[in-house]
Design a protein around this ligand. Structure first.
Ligand SMILES: Nc1ncnc2c1ncn2[C@@H]1O[C@H](COP(=O)(O)OP(=O)(O)OP(=O)(O)O)[C@@H](O)[C@H]1O
Length: 215
C-alpha cells in the first residue's frame, strides 16, 4: 500500500468481527442440558470471547455462603423466610429445593442485570426450564445435548468432580432430560456438543441471530 493511501479495515478473524456485532435479541438465554454435557464450558467461552456482553444470572439461595463466595456475586444469600415471601409475591421465574435448601432466579435480578445492558444467561435444570416457560417471562431456550450417553459418562468421569453415586444419579437424570428435549416447541435450538468449536459456533450464531418477528 502506498504511503497516504486510505486503509480499509481488516478483521483478523471472525471472532473479532463478531465481538463488534451489536446483539439484536436482548431476551435472556436459558441454557439447559444434562450435567457434564459442557454447558459451562460453552458459555464461559462465549463470555470470554465477547467481554461485557453477557452476564450469568445470580440466583437466590437459602444455603449459607461457602468460603470465598460473595453475596450478590455468587448468589443472593437470603433467609428461608425472605425467600418464601418473594416466592409468594410471584417474584421468581423458577425455583426449586435441593438438599434442603431453596434456590431460585428472581425476576428482579434478571431485570436489574438486563438494565445494565447485559444479556442474561440462565444455566438451569429441566424443571426450571418448564417453570420459566410457564411464567411467560420472555426468554430464548437452548439445549446442549451430548453426542452419546457413553460420551456424557466419559466427560462426567473425566471432570473428576463427582462420586460414583453422583455420576449414576446424573446419568439417570440425563435420560429424562434428553427425552424432554425431544418434546417439540420446548427449545428454540438444540446443539450437540461433540466437537467443542463446532458447538461453540452454533451457540454464537444462535445468540447473535436477530429476534424472530413474533418475539
Ligand atoms: N466438546 C467437548 N468435548 C470434550 N470434552 C468436553 C466438551 N465440552 C466440555 N467438555 C468437558 O466435559 C466436562 C464437563 O463440562 P462442563 O463442566 O462444562 O459441563 P456442565 O454441563 O456445565 O456440567 P454441570 O451441569 O454439572 O455444571 C469438562 O471436563 C469439560 O472440559
Amino acid at each position: 500500500m502506498a504511503p497516504g493511501e486510505p486503509s480499509s479495515p481488516t478483521f483478523p478473524d471472525r471472532n473479532f468481527a463478531l465481538s463488534l456485532t451489536v446483539i439484536r435479541d436482548s431476551r435472556p438465554i436459558v441454557i439447559s442440558g444434562p450435567s457434564g454435557v459442557g454447558k459451562g464450558t460453552l458459555y464461559k467461552l462465549l463470555f470470554q470471547r465477547h467481554p461485557d456482553t453477557f452476564t450469568l444470572s445470580v440466583s437466590h439461595t437459602t444455603r449459607g455462603p461457602r468460603p470465598g463466595e460473595q453475596d450478590g456475586v455468587d448468589y443472593h444469600f437470603v433467609t428461608r423466610e425472605a425467600f418464601l415471601e418473594l416466592k409468594a409475591k410471584n417474584g421468581f421465574v423458577e425455583n426449586a429445593e435441593f438438599s434442603g435448601n431453596l434456590y431460585g432466579t428472581s425476576k428482579a435480578t434478571i431485570e436489574e442485570q438486563s438494565a445494565k445492558g447485559k444479556i442474561v444467561v440462565l444455566d438451569i435444570e429441566v424443571e426450571g426450564v418448564k417453570q420459566v416457560r410457564a411464567s411467560g417471562f420472555p426468554a430464548r431456550y437452548v439445549f446442549i445435548a451430548p453426542p452419546s450417553e457413553e460420551e456424557l459418562e466419559k466427560r462426567l468421569r473425566g471432570r473428576g468432580t463427582e462420586t460414583e453415586a453422583s455420576i449414576q444419579k446424573r446419568l439417570q437424570r440425563a435420560k429424562a432430560e434428553l427425552d424432554y428435549s425431544k418434546v417439540p416447541g420446548v427449545h428454540d435450538r438444540i446443539i450437540v456438543n461433540d466437537d467443542l468449536e463446532t458447538a461453540y459456533k452454533e451457540l454464537e450464531d444462535f445468540v447473535f441471530a436477530p429476534p424472530p418477528a413474533d418475539a
